[in-house]
Design a protein around this ligand. Structure first.
Ligand code: SAM
Ligand code: DTB
Ligand code: SF4
Length: 332
């Protein structure tokens, strides 16, 4: 099947509603055409500045609006971050993603100097560097790119219509503006969302529709399953996500973004090995790797390596030269 960019909501819905194996047949054809090797990218996550965030994202352990068990921590020292990145690389990660619980960063912020120093150090290790720091202005984006960031993670999280139900301290358009700044600065964009927050299937597909309108397309599309955090508004309201709904969304994401890493993200501790296998079969080709996400647990590295081995996948090989973004996820 040819690459299909900018599918409309109606087209996404007709794909989504196909009999499951017909949908997977379509997504596998796209997958095979663009990703001939059975590889999964391993990306390790590190929270370099934890908790105390001014934003009220209703799923998040790190928001200061809610009483979660989390202990806030200041920005980590560069050496400690580099130690973690070296361990991640030795374990097989080719991408290192650092998160900070900030509303955002501006070009003149002192904290940006520190983050740029950390980014440059991780880039020297020969890994893709991803950061997720909240909103960016043009100058912050330019400086992060110059320091060596490969990809900026900024999730749309859900549809524009549902977004105000989960966050009130910034808007969906703010998210789009930051993605624009990251793209104008030449960083690849990692953007996806969360399922299980009470949104409808239409909300999930609307999110993909908006992402499909980005130019260039996202280089990575994370699909997170809600991890309920006690103390947050979604701590006891989050709905269990049906595995076939997750698989369908991954398959539609694969068809919509043929060249992107479709990243099976938060929530894997509650998925069976078989469920994860089906997600890979439908088109997921990247995971977060290592026993912790930002604050929440993730499967143990050894268990993931065994799962990939059992399925005949190889972790993506270490880079000799890390590719510089530029059209990686763009439509052919
Ligand atoms: N502060 C930055 C921001 O908002 O973009 C970066 C950190 S934020 C924790 C990164 C993403 O993690 C969120 O956009 C959301 O998609 C995901 N996430 C956070 N908490 C989650 C949870 N409890 N369950 C599933 N995904 C979650
Ligand atoms: C993304 O989409 N998922 C990752 C990464 N991007 C930064 C974060 C998941 C966070 C899960 C909840 C936690 O660890 O607090
Ligand atoms: Fe802050 Fe990001 Fe968590 Fe929202 S998702 S509360 S912006 S750390």
């Amino acid at each position: 099947m040819a690459a299909t960019a900018k599918l409309t909501l109606t087209e996404l819905r007709s794909l989504y509603d196909l009999p499951l194996f017909d949908l997977i047949g379509r997504s596998r054809a796209v997958y095979a055409a663009h990703w001939p090797d059975p590889e999964v990218q391993l990306c390790s996550l590190l929270s370099i500045k934890t908790g105390g965030c001014s934003e009220d994202c209703s799923y998040c352990a790190q928001s200061s609006h809610y009483n979660t068990e989390l202990q806030p921590e200041r920005l980590m020292e560069k050496e400690r971050v580099l130690e973690a990145a070296r361990v991640a690389k030795a374990e097989g990660a080719t991408r290192f993603c650092m998160g900070a619980a900030w509303k955002g960063v501006k070009g003149g912020d002192a904290k940006l100097d520190a983050v740029c120093g950390i980014v440059a150090g991780v880039a020297e290790l020969g890994m893709e560097v991803c950061v997720t720091l909240g909103s960016l202005d043009a100058e912050a984006a330019r400086r992060l790119k110059a320091a060596g960031v490969t990809a900026y993670n900024h999730n749309l999280d859900t549809s524009p219509e549902f977004y105000p139900e989960i966050v009130s301290t910034h808007t969906f358009d703010d998210r789009l503006r930051t993605i624009g700044e990251a793209q104008r600065a030449g960083m690849a964009v990692c953007s996806g969302g969360i399922i299980g927050m009470g949104e409808t299937v239409t909300d999930r597909l609307r999110m993909l529709e908006v992402l499909a309108g980005l130019d260039p397309l996202p280089e990575s599309v994370p699909v997170n399953v809600i991890t309920p955090i006690p103390g947050t508004p979604l701590g006891d309201k989050a709905e269990p996500v049906d595995i076939f709904e997750l698989v369908r969304l991954i398959a539609v994401a694969r068809i919509t973004f043929p060249k992107a890493k479709v990243r099976l993200s938060a929530g894997r501790t509650r998925l069976s090995r078989e469920g994860q296998a089906l997600c890979f079969y439908a088109g997921a080709n990247a995971i977060f790797f290592g026993s912790k996400l930002l604050t929440a647990p993730n499967p143990e590295a050894n268990d993931d390596l065994k799962l990939l081995r059992d399925l005949g996948f190889k972790p993506q090989a270490p880079y000799t030269d890390v590719p510089v973004p530029g059209g990686v996820g763009a439509a052919a």
